[in-house]
Design a protein. Structure first.
Length: 295
């Protein structure tokens, strides 16, 4: 929808109004009528968003303004709105200009209750209308707009969908060609084309598989290498029980006993040189201890 100077002026005025007063509701209804008249019914939702109003409120204001075109009969907006459906609403307002909202609501309700029940509406065959519109387009040369109007379909988009559906149905109903009935030369050409197409598809699949495999290898190669290095470095220097002992002593909320702490200390003394670099923990050989053991 093109928002020209006329539309922007309507927006500006609508933004300055509020539904708090009766006069403003009447004016909003007049603005809504102008928007629908100049830009179509679909523009009302856009207009409501532009002025920061509820689209349902705008529809109510518009319907009330349309029900009461004579401004001299407009009293309280709520009273007039309650009488919108009442056929003799204008006579009521002339006779009882000080009518309250409750009185107006009661009058309309009493009139509705007195009406005979409406006969059930016949269900319209929506699909039949869509199929008719598709036939008019495909077989009669109608445009989408002409087919929508002729078949009673409200939307051109619905006609487009119906045409696509009918085209698909007709394609499925076409008889399949019996290859055996074709000349041998044509059969040979078809088989050769089939073999060529199959080979092209196989080559395409092989190439795609190779590309995806290479991409997968590149993506996870570092992860695999790191895991392999970690696996090779594992020497099993402590048992699972010893690991549990250390973890219990290091836990922030630990309650390890003195005996367990001593065990953890002994374990750490045994393995710390294996975990640290030579620079941080140089290797020291106690030759005197070895001499005593040999003796």
């Amino acid at each position: 929808m093109q928002k020209d100077a006329r539309y922007l002026a309507l927006v500006k005025e609508g933004q300055q109004l509020s539904t708090q007063t009766s006069d403003n509701c009447w004016r909003l209804g007049e603005l809504a009528c102008a928007v629908v008249k100049d830009y179509g019914s679909d523009a009302l939702g856009v207009y409501a968003a532009d002025i920061g109003a509820n689209v349902g409120t705008l529809r109510n204001c518009r319907s009330t303004v349309r029900a009461w075109p004579e401004k001299e009969l407009r009293s309280s907006f709520s009273v007039n709105k309650a009488l919108n459906a009442y056929p003799q609403r204008k006579d009521i307002i002339r006779e009882q200009p000080s009518l309250t909202v409750d009185d107006a609501t009661a009058i309309t309700k009493a009139w509705r209750d007195a009406q005979p029940p409406k006969p059930p509406k016949k269900k319209k065959n929506k699909r039949a209308k869509e199929d008719l519109a598709a036939t008019l387009v495909l077989d009669k040369g109608y445009t989408l707009e002409e087919a929508a109007a002729e078949a009673g379909v409200g939307s051109v988009q619905v006609v487009k969908t119906a045409v696509a559906r009918e085209e698909g149905r007709r394609e499925q109903e076409e008889e399949e060609v019996d290859v055996e009935t074709l000349p041998k030369s044509t059969q040979q050409k078809l088989k050769a084309a089939e073999r060529k197409l199959r080979r092209e598809l196989e080559l395409e699949f092989e190439q795609r598989f190779a590309d995806e495999k290479d991409a997968w290898v590149l993506k996870y190669q570092k992860v695999v290498i790191d895991a392999k290095r970690l696996f090779e470095k594992r020497r099993g220097m402590i048992t699972k029980e010893e690991s549990t002992t250390i973890e219990r002593c290091l836990h922030p909320d630990n309650s390890a006993s003195t005996e367990m702490r001593n065990k953890a200390f002994v374990i750490w003394q045994r393995i710390k040189h294996s975990l640290m670099s030579e620079k941080d923990s140089p290797t020291v050989v106690d030759f005197e201890m070895h001499r005593k053991k040999r003796a």
